[in-house]
Design a protein around this ligand. Sequence first.
Ligand SMILES: O=C(O)CCC(=O)C(=O)O
Ligand SMILES: [Fe+2]
Length: 322
Amino acid sequence: MSTETRHHKLDFSGLSLEKAGTPEWDRVRAEMMEVVVNEQGWFEAVYDGVAPELREALFDRSLKELFELPVDVKMRNTSNKANHGYIGQFPGMDYEALSVADVHLVESTRSFTELMWPEGNPSFCDIVHSFGSQLSQLEKMVRRMLLECLGVVKYFDRQNSELTFNLRMARYGALTAQEADVSLPPHVDGVTVTLVVQHKVAGLQVLTADGEWLAVPPSPNSYTVLISQSMQGWSNGRLRAQLHRVMVGGEDTRYSAIFGSLPKDDVMVEVPEELVDEEHPLMYKPFNYPSFVNFTYTEEGAKSNDTLKAYCGVQQDDEVGA
Ligand SMILES: O=C(O)CCC(=O)C(=O)O
Ligand SMILES: [Fe+2]
């Protein structure tokens, strides 16, 4: 299979949730079905819902001013979930990230902003919150289509009420400052759906079905959609989390934004009964996202090559006694 056919670009330009059921909508959904249900856990979404000026402002202004803050200030970004607050200061690895929880809500983005800048920083708050809200619209379109593909769109509203959104902002130092060129080792994300936003400097790579790492180049109007583990769990393994990694290749500092939908703290993620049948026996017991994520960062979780299965997998008949 050629690289071209693996790199699917689905065009969401002009689409919105209100267009669900129209021929334009169904065309994109049919492509999604081909790609995600039958082939791989990622695709590129072309989307015009974020103004180019906003995307520029986020990367050229907001991310830069955030990472310029002193480390002790950035470390105020904490979370009850592993990997959801400030991360950085790893020996030999010039990488840092911070996360804005509930980024679609202006009050939460404001509290993050005031944690970083007690005197306030209205433009930071405005840029980050607008960007997060606009990407939440793309995430919802993608997820609605995924549920339609699986024949369980009746769960869409309920799933929306059980999800929130997070924006991680990351900085990868230039290669000269790193000891290794793999800046983020191969992993799957724990969230529901991930949208990776690269800006000018490449680095994201996805593992293809035939075991090759494929570089996903940055593009000013597209977003890399990755199926993540909470979606794999909810869908009873019908959709599979996409393995990916980051390699920085040059002299430039790389900034990226990683937007994700994730189950709210008090939700138990449960497979819909429609997705369980003889051919698809139940694979996962109900799970709670914060407990699952915290498990993945324990010693036991770190050793596992399938943390979702290790945390809440149902033992299949053919595994009994194995
Ligand atoms: O920086 C990127 O392009 C992706 C980062 C990533 O995979 C992550 O933070 O989970
Ligand atoms: Fe990731």
